[in-house]
Design a protein around this ligand. Structure first.
Ligand code: ASP
Ligand code: MG
Length: 412
């Protein structure tokens, strides 16, 4: 098989661990596979570099920040290549521009447009193990860009798509994807197989194992992804296309997102286009709006509540306050004491009563629901932040997620 292995920051966190990773790569090679590796910076390094930048100046300089942040992965790619070679293998490191990872020019959140696979295939033909610096690319002008926090997952999956690898392994410090965060739910269970769509929801809803963008790329190019631990031989979680066995499971996982804030605008004049005018400045500022609820107008004035990432609350408030004034709306309020708890599962499409059961379970614990949003395969409720973890446990218990789903008799 042709396998892309991505190693995260904890796996690259010390010289000892880098040596361990080198051994692991060589074991995969010795088992007869072709391997391409991509790495994150050493744990804590990207944060350290961000602090250095803000110590120099308050002014944001996105281009220079990306030049700085890309050094973290430059170091680990070289160190791992050295470690593999020292352990008897043959490795060669590559920076983003050397294998032509082309991105757009959105510094600090660039999207990969194209990867020219030729340098990698040539290295493989020479029987070398390519070790790619994750998280970085270059734009059309040759500027260094980075892919957003956690972006080396996306490097891994995008490289796997570009070279048509059979598998992309995300080697990390947890054993895989769980039915809930094991720190909140001690009886959370490892999910052996999860559908791309479910993983996408779980990742956007707060599960931090995979960068959201990496799941989008995996799903678009149908790259099978295995999330597994660098430090164990366990099988981990396969992220793959949906199959009929998955549809029988109504709820696959519960997640909690505490990075949420709610903004309410009241007294909005009820006329066509008002919502577009209110949200346009948020879109322009790159703020992602999530749950939206509008209260029907009374006397020609409506009110609208929505959530934004807590980390964007200040930017969002500035824009919304200005828009509300311009639109001649009433007062704007915000609440940062909220959390979003969600249940996810492709089986919801074909089962009824799921949302109702969720509401019932929360009601039994006297947990007030402030907002609700749904998609085909998830239900999210906004609750007071202090109830977030209790809500996860109640739902995990109530939907019996600690128990393995009954085996599918048709599968033999
Ligand atoms: N080093 C980057 C970060 O910390 C990218 C990554 O680890 O995936 O976000
Ligand atoms: Mg990561």
């Amino acid at each position: 098989m042709l396998i892309v292995q991505k190693y995260g920051g904890t796996s690259m966190g010390s010289i000892e661990r880098i040596r361990h990773v080198a051994e692991r790569v060589l074991r995969t090679r010795a088992a007869g596979h072709q391997v391409v590796v991509t790495v994150s910076a050493m744990a804590g390094e990207t944060d350290r570099l961000i602090k250095l930048a803000s110590a120099i100046s308050d002014r944001e300089q996105p281009r220079e920040l990306d030049v700085l942040l890309a050094t973290g992965e430059q170091a680990t790619a070289a160190l791992l290549a050295m470690a593999i070679t020292a352990a008897g293998g043959q490795a060669v490191s590559f920076l983003g521009h050397q294998i032509r990872i082309h991105t757009d020019s959105a510094f600090s959140r660039a999207r990969i447009r194209q990867i020219e696979a030729s340098a990698l295939t040539q290295a493989l033909e020479r029987d070398q193990i390519p070790v790619i610096a994750g998280f970085q690319g270059t734009d059309a002008e040759g500027n260094i860009t980075t892919l957003g926090r956690g972006g080396s997952d996306t490097t891994g999956v995008a490289v796997a798509a570009a070279i048509r690898a059979d598998l992309c392994e995300i080697c990390t410090d947890v054993n895989g994807v769980y039915t809930a965060d094991p720190r909140i739910c001690p009886d959370a269970r490892l999910i052996p197989r999860v559908a791309y769509q479910e993983m996408l929801e779980l990742a956007s809803l707060g599960a931090k194992v995979l960068q959201i963008r990496s799941v989008e790329v995996a799903s678009t190019y149908r790259v099978p992804v295995r999330v597994c631990s660098t430090f164990s031989e366990e099988a981990g979680t396969m992220v793959v296309s949906e199959d009929s066995a998955m549809e029988k499971v109504v709820v696959t996982g519960v997640s909690l997102d505490s990075n949420q804030a709610r903004i309410t605008v009241s007294g909005l004049p009820a006329r066509p286009g008002i919502q577009a005018e209110l949200f346009r400045p948020l879109g322009e500022a790159g703020v992602v709006v999530d749950m939206i609820v509008q209260i029907p107008p009374v006397d020609g004035r409506a009110s609208l509540s929505f959530t934004v990432p807590l980390t964007d609350l200040r930017t969002a408030r500035d824009r919304v306050d200005a828009a509300a004034q311009r639109l001649n709306a009433g007062p704007v309020l915000s609440d940062d004491d909220v959390a979003k708890v969600s249940i996810v599962g492709v089986g919801m499409r074909s089962h009824s009563g799921v949302a109702q059961r969720m509401f019932e379970l929360l009601a039994q614990q006297q947990i007030d629901i402030m907002m609700i949003s749904t998609s085909e395969i998830k239900v999210s409720c906004l609750v007071a932040r202090r109830y977030g973890e209790v809500a996860v446990r109640v739902l995990h218990d109530g939907f019996r997620l600690a128990e393995a789903p009954a085996a599918d008799p048709a599968a033999g």
